[in-house]
Write a protein that binds this ligand. Structure first.
Ligand code: PXP
Length: 249
């Protein structure tokens, strides 16, 4: 199968805010990073307003909405507070993610199947407000079917297990995880869901995921913000873009 179209790159700027918040104050400014990412060819910006506000703050979302020329993908847990914020801003996309206070990052996908009724009601106003609703899930048929049934337009496949297996040299696990991503991207596409992917991607792991023909968008943050320390944000993003384009060609 030929790729369905140009693969979009969404840059997650959460960890610029992590560095800022380590000291308090205003620098480094995640909005400045978002504008640089735009200039480097990002197709969108992703920001996760966590319930504990450990990185992105409410004022960052206000500022991003005012400053961006590319779409904002607003990541949030399925809480009333977050939905109110999303409905106030009406970002291009809302990505619903699981959130546990004690976790260091978004460790797994959302349990959609177990919460199907609640989530179906939860996302309706967001869809009615014109936000594209995306659900962050593991490469698991049950979850994809449930995401489809609740009316989500997009799923984002969690690539963390694949990236962790690669980083730890567990090559059989890595290949198995990649195969699951491949099969589930196809399965979701056949249900008419738009397929995105992300979490933990690096220059070493991006190519096989970018080559999956059904995947339309990758969201990448932590690695690129780290890489930017050594070579600047724009070149770091441009290299990722080039790897994605080469994988797609
Ligand atoms: N996609 C989603 C839904 C996420 O929650 C995250 C991490 O916040 C990412 C993509 C980006 O992951 P990373 O920062 O590891 O590249």
């Amino acid at each position: 199968m030929k790729p369905l179209g140009k693969l979009r790159l969404g840059i997650n700027i959460d960890h610029v805010a992590t560095v800022r918040n380590a000291r308090g104050g205003e620098t480094p400014d995640p909005v400045r990073a978002a504008k640089l990412a735009e200039a480097a060819g990002a197709d969108g910006i992703t920001a996760h307003l966590r319930e504990d506000r450990r990185h992105i703050a409410d004022a960052d979302i206000d500022a991003l909405m005012a400053a961006l020329n590319v779409p904002l993908n607003f990541e949030m847990a399925a809480t009333e507070e977050m939905r109110e914020i999303a409905l106030r801003h009406k970002p291009h996309a809302v990505c619903i993610v699981p959130e546990k206070r004690e976790e260091r990052t978004t460790e797994g996908g959302l349990e959609v199947a177990r919460e199907e009724n609640r989530l179906a009601h939860y996302i309706t106003p967001l869809r009615e407000a014109g936000c594209r609703v995306s659900i962050f899930i593991a490469a698991d048929k049950r979850q994809i079917e449930a995401a489809h049934r609740i009316g989500a337009e997009v799923i984002e496949l969690h690539t963390g297990a694949y990236c962790d297996a690669h980083a730890e040299g567990r090559l059989e696990d890595r290949d198995r995880e990649l195969e699951a991503l491949r099969e589930m991207a196809r399965f979701a596409h056949d249900l008419d869901l738009e397929v995105h992917a992300g979490h933990g991607l690096t220059y070493d792991t991006v190519t096989p995921v970018a080559a999956l023909p059904e995947v339309m968008e990758l969201n990448i943050g932590h690695f690129l913000i780290g890489e930017a320390i050594f070579r600047g944000l724009e070149p770091a993003i441009q290299e990722m873009r080039a790897l994605m384009d080469a994988a797609r060609a």
